[in-house]
Design a protein around this ligand. Structure first.
Ligand SMILES: [Fe+2]
Length: 299
């Protein structure tokens, strides 16, 4: 390990760059301490079954399985998605709203990833990969490098419909999938994937991870003189949407790549430091410049 890599920190803690380039493979469902589903055997059995099914489909390249959702899962979707819908109309960027309509994602039925994947593929040649849970960063981006976006197919626990400690399909389908219909966004995501899957340098991977955190996950965008939301982490949270735009506690500054890649964050709490990009083409150009500067041979 050299001088630079030993100084890497993430979430305020020292980071082992080796763990970033060689991620662990999680072969069984693990719910973190404090997860609202712990102690609910029915929920855990369902999660285990979906974990096994989606993992099999992912590893065998079978595409998203068609899932028969339960009445409880549909109830949770019908409780959360109208609330998000109202906030999206007010706060989400135009590209997102148009794409959500194009994809025919409704408040009533949980969408099937297989159908969303077919539609996105026709539009931008990205497809959706079934994921059993949050994949390690590098594994995640190895799929994206192949233009496949990993998406979960389970739903959060019904005791706290507005909270999930892990990305679930409300986060993925209502946050990540719609912008994939935009060509500039799709190219941006695919390039992050290629660069992250190619570099062997932990500090470059960390920079790419931060770039995507402050854009794909928690990005804001200028639109006709107003600040709008396009980050999936914001768009899938009823608390985070108004907080990101209205709260005086949030620092919002222009998206400057060198500042972004030097900025740490805490994923476990509401985000109080955000960056505003002028457009998707801008982000795509910024990323291309960064990747060239890093000397990652993917362009
Ligand atoms: Fe996400």
């Amino acid at each position: 390990m050299d001088e630079t890599t030993t100084r890497l920190t993430e979430y305020g803690l020292p980071l082992d760059p080796e763990a970033m380039v060689r991620p662990p493979d999680v072969t069984e469902l693990e719910l973190e301490p404090g997860h609202p589903g712990l102690g609910d055997d029915g929920y855990i059995q369902r999660r285990k079954a979906l974990f096994a099914l989606c993992r099999k489909h992912r590893l065998e390249n079978l595409g998203p399985p068609l899932i028969e959702y339960t009445a409880e899962e549909t109830r949770i979707w019908r409780e959360v998605s109208p609330k998000l819908d109202e906030l999206h109309v007010q706060y989400a960027c135009r590209i997102y709203l148009d794409a959500k309509r194009e994809l025919a994602i409704t408040r009533d039925e949980i969408p099937q990833l297989r159908h969303l994947s077919d539609r996105v593929q026709r539009e931008t040649n990205m497809h959706l990969v079934p994921a059993e849970g949050a994949l390690p960063y590098r594994t995640f981006y190895e799929y994206i490098a192949q233009r496949g976006f990993p998406v979960t197919q389970f739903i959060r626990h019904g005791s706290h419909p507005e909270f999930t400690p892990e990305p679930d399909m409300i986060h993925d389908c209502l946050g990540h999938v719609p912008p994939l219909m935009n060509p500039d966004y799709a190219e941006l995501v695919a390039l992050i994937g290629k660069a992250a899957a190619t570099t062997r340098a932990g500090e470059q991977l960390l920079a790419l991870k931060r770039f995507s955190w402050f854009s794909i996950e928690f990005g804001l965008i200028e639109e006709a003189g107003a600040t709008k939301v396009f980050g999936a982490g914001i768009l899938s949270s009823t608390g985070e949407i108004p907080y990101s735009i209205n709260s005086p506690d949030v620092k919002r500054e222009p998206f400057v790549t060198d500042v972004v890649i030097a900025t740490d964050y805490d994923p476990s709490r509401m985000q109080d430091h955000l960056f505003v990009a002028p457009s998707f083409p801008f982000l795509r150009r910024e990323l291309e410049t960064l990747v060239r500067r890093f000397g990652i041979p993917v362009l």
